[in-house]
Ligand binder design. Structure first.
Ligand code: FDA
Ligand code: NAD
Length: 434
């Protein structure tokens, strides 16, 4: 089989790939120059929808509604947009071998693809309980969520196990978002996680206590400080119980596992320099090998504001890093210069009627402000993180667009704080005045 050759190949067909394609089109890519190769069967879509609107019991989100670039507030790129713009979308094609010295990618079916410039956008995969040898973890109806196929399997289980019992393993993003979405489907939910409170990598105990209280008020049971140590299944191989390390046994018709992601860098092991679990890049997303770029979840890049290398698994960075890489590639070709990537970390989540945003860095002392009583009619609260006398991070639940912009601005400009008690009293007003 003869190799197919392209000037540019984006490897991966997720969020970054979609935003890279749009940027290539803006920069005037010529027909036949660009290919996107994805193991998924769907054209790039906004992955965050899978743990939210996709699972709603009424009027769920479905493709083509959430193809990129709607999440970034742009035009939706329907599957037909790619050929209309001379871009080859090569779907259902998994690359199993990459050789950066010969600039060749090989698919599972033996097809070869040659490129002049490669953008690696392979994202993350889920960490599986079977990776830790948890007994019985391959039973039916134990679900993970990364791609639309996973979401379809979960939707089918929700429909076939009406009023059933769900155990959610993990108290991070997936655990909290799916706890809410499945509870909205009238399922009986128990969440289990090892830490003393949910989302410990970002939340303080005070932030977490609000969400845990809110979930409890919705009838969700939470078991902390232990892990799933095994699963029992019936004669059909369907899971029916989760055994916990502390000895408790929970009945389960459905299990959802969200115990973290792992960046998909294995294709390039030994070929590209890695750092902090990702592919090391500069502020233009160039890797250690000429003409090879890495963006989104897989890139470990210089976070200019904090003067250190970081890897970020969030959609805002996936979008922006992809655009930056394409701009850098084009600038390189034209012999012009662009500014290095200057990213303000931004995380968000939505569950039930709640919606929070966080900007900046969650280091240093914290100050909680506002009403974080989960039983309040309209709870609204936030937290500032203070390091070396400056506000470096800000979190806000139930903010308006204007208020969220204000906390973003605080995290970006890092104003000094004199009196902590005054900051607590001023709360959101402090951010709105900056
Ligand atoms: P992404 O995972 O989007 O795409 C990678 C693509 O590469 C996939 O199409 C994959 O199939 C393909 N691929 C991988 N290996 C391949 C190979 N060998 N050959 C061919 N194709 C290959 N973030 C956030 O900020 N807010 C949010 O609300 C959410 N919500 C959310 C929900 C769910 C369910 C998930 C799984 C993730 C989120 N995220 C999020 C995280 C966010 O979606 C994530 O950071 C971005 O999708 C990363 O974009 P990438 O393009 O790097 O990877
Ligand atoms: P996560 O890292 O957010 O949370 C993993 C959770 O599982 C943590 O609470 C962790 O301590 C817990 N855990 C670890 N081992 C465990 C075990 N053996 N038993 C029980 N719990 C265990 O990861 P996630 O929630 O799986 O999310 C996966 C990916 O999807 C991440 O990249 C995340 O950023 C992304 N995502 C993001 C959003 C968002 O930004 N709103 C939403 C959904 C998914």
């Amino acid at each position: 089989m003869a190799a197919k050759s392209f000037k540019y190949i984006v490897l991966g067909g997720g969020v970054s790939a979609g935003y890279a394609a749009r940027e290539f089109a803006k920069q005037g890519v010529k027909p036949g120059e660009l290919a996107i190769i994805s193991k998924e069967a769907a054209a790039p879509y906004e992955r965050p929808a899978l743990s939210k609107g996709y699972l709603f019991p009424q009027g769920p989100a479905r493709l083509p509604g959430f193809h990129v670039c709607v999440g970034g507030g742009g035009e939706r790129l329907l599957p037909s947009w790619y050929p209309d713009n001379g871009i080859e979308l090569i779907l259902s094609t998994e690359i199993v071998k990459a050789d950066v010295s010969s600039k060749t990618l090989t698919s599972a079916s033996g097809e070869t693809f040659k490129y002049d410039t490669l953008i690696i956008a392979t994202g993350s995969t889920v960490i599986r309980l079977s990776d830790f040898g948890v007994q019985g973890a391959d039973a039916n109806n134990i679900f993970y969520l990364r791609e639309i196929d996973d979401a379809d399997k979960l939707v089918a289980a929700i429909q076939s196990k009406k009023d059933g019992k769900v155990v959610i393993v993990g108290g991070g993003y997936i655990g909290l978002e799916l706890g809410a979405a499945l509870s909205m489907n009238n399922l009986d939910i128990t969440m289990v996680y090892p830490e003393p409170w949910c989302m410990p990598r970002l939340f303080t105990s005070e932030i977490a206590s609000f969400y845990e209280g809110y979930y409890a008020n919705k009838g969700i049971k939470i078991i902390k400080g232990t892990v799933a140590s095994g699963f029992d299944s019936d004669t059909n191989g369907d899971v029916n119980a989760v055994r916990l390390k502390d000895g408790r046994v929970l009945d389960a018709d459905i299990v959802v596992v969200g115990v973290g992601g792992r960046p998909l860098t294995t294709l390039f092991k030994g070929e590209l320099v890695e750092e902090k679990g990702g592919i090391k890049t500069d502020g233009f997303f160039k890797t250690s090998v000429a003409d090879v770029y890495a963006v989104g979840d897989v890139a470990t890049f210089p976070l200019k504001m904090y003067g250190e290398l970081r890897r970020v698994e969030h959609v805002g960075h996936a979008r922006k890093s992809a655009e930056q890489a394409v701009k850098a590639i084009k600038a390189c070709e034209e012999g012009s210069l662009i500014e290095a990537y200057d990213y303000l970390p931004f995380f968000y989540s939505r569950a039930f009627d709640l919606s929070w945003q966080f900007y900046g860095d969650n280091v240093g002392d914290t100050v909680l402000f506002g009403d974080n009583d989960p039983s309040s009619e309209k709870p609204k609260f936030g937290t500032y993180w203070i390091k070396d006398g400056k506000v470096v991070g800000a979190f806000l639940e139930s903010g308006t667009a204007e208020e969220n912009n204000a906390i973003a601005n605080v995290a970006k400009t890092q104003p000094s704080v004199g009196d902590i008690e005054q900051l607590r009293k001023d709360g959101l007003t402090f951010a709105c005045k900056i």
